[in-house]
Design a protein around this ligand. Sequence first.
Ligand SMILES: [Ca+2]
Ligand SMILES: [Ca+2]
Length: 150
Amino acid sequence: MILIISLFLLATEIFIGQNFSHSQDFQGQPVIERVAVVSRVIDGDTIEIEGGEKVRLVGVDAPELRSIDPVERELAEKAKEFVDKLCPPGSEIGLNVDDLEPRDRYGRVLALVYIKDGDIWVNLNVELLRSGLAEILYMPPSEFNPYELK
Ligand SMILES: [Ca+2]
Ligand SMILES: [Ca+2]
């Protein structure tokens, strides 16, 4: 009986947890709100899509290509190459736009970017952080909390 009750409580907890979390966190099931085609990778955290819009990967920050620091420039090149490899021009990406801050002050679309690996959408923001080529940049309000990453 106790087992049944605890299972019930566990199930309730999971249910409530899912209900009250943000629509999707970094690790949740991909929610693709928009599909776009890459026209070019601008740098490690910015992608231009067909139609001319720029997408800024939300919650992360890659080093600057125009930094005065040569070490940072080198890392910036690596981050750009990393993204270029995963979503070259012409490839399809999925976007989960930040519902709380859909664009930044430069008009770039703020979003989780998903790349396609076969039939699976893979979170590029997460991949970038895991690669060590970008850091967490949390700027609330945001639909996504990058610190929820494991
Ligand atoms: Ca940056
Ligand atoms: Ca969204």
